[in-house]
Design a binder for this molecule. Sequence first.
Ligand code: GLU
Length: 395
Amino acid sequence: MKDLLSDRINSLPVSQTLAMAAKTRELRAEGKDIIGLSLGEPDFNTPDFIKDAAIEAVNQNYNSYSPVDGYVDLKEAVCTKFKRDNNLIYKPNQIVVSTGAKQSIANIAQVLLNPGDEVLLPAPYWVSYSAIATLCEATYVEIPSSIENDFKITPEQLEASITPKTKMIFFNSPNNPSGTIYSEAEYRALAAVLEKHPRIFILSDEIYEHINYDSKPFSFAAIENMYDRTITVNGLAKAFAMTGWRIGFIGAPEWIAKACTKMQGQITSGTNCIAQRAAITALLAPVSKIQFMVDEFKTRRDIVVGLLRDIDGFKVNVPEGAFYVFPDVSAFFGKTIKGVKIENASDFSLFILEKANVATVTGAAFGTPNCIRISYAASELQIREAIKRIKDALS
Ligand code: GLU
């Protein structure tokens, strides 16, 4: 019967981040002591002041459908956030609230891409970008980078990747999985290329915005001439430890926001009303309220980088944001360790799952097959133990 499934779903790869999380749960249920460093999910609880807002919303009987694009006062709060944090002026009719930034991205792809269009993906890129483009029957074009230049693409590479079919670029800084943050000057250099190609749209995924350590992220839409063709994506999951609440949002030209609302109206309607009410409180709170999590991530970043650099064969750069390290492990390819032949990053990731009981994600899922992604959204104790296990397994 499986062959009765649509070609669409048959050709869709499984999300490797979620697959690894499922595998971790499965192995734990079998009694294995797995340290999960695969999923990008803060290990903090949602702050109490946000939980209190949700409880109040329940008691105030927020139980009906919300407007498809979100409550007006939430959209106003999103505008306040964009102004305060990004110096971006959006009006509520340019905002659409969705069931996570993932749905925001899927909406945008659905409303802008036609079959045969090309989408540029600076690699490494988040696993679902390529899958979402494929679902829209678009072709994705990878623009490679390497650890030597901190996983940044150059304006020359961007220019060389553009064809008459290029419709969009999916840009993500701070980046998942590399933690790379582009500087304002680097944004402007890329924008100078895009200016010459006015029919290319920019999806600027800024979901890790607040999780930065050494430099502040910038926004594509803050560049003159880019605002009218940039869709700024953000959400609550990462900065506020609210992954399961599923609140994402966009700021976009009004005609694109309207199209996303139309799409969402046929697929999910407005997102969860309680989570929306809590999101207002989260967004309007001073950013200093979540700084303790960022500080903790920074401490862990330094620990992870230090410990990994101590393992022969790991090439590690210093990520400036998000909560991932993305080491190049290609030095292990072609080697046989403890009877296991390692040909690529997927073999390597599987090897450390089996021999060290540590879950990571292969870089192949992010378009960068020399690397693996390690999430340090885990306690310091777990991180230290995990890296010790990896080191022992490889020795
Ligand atoms: N974005 C997170 C990650 O990359 C959550 C899982 C997902 O949706 O991919 O791990």
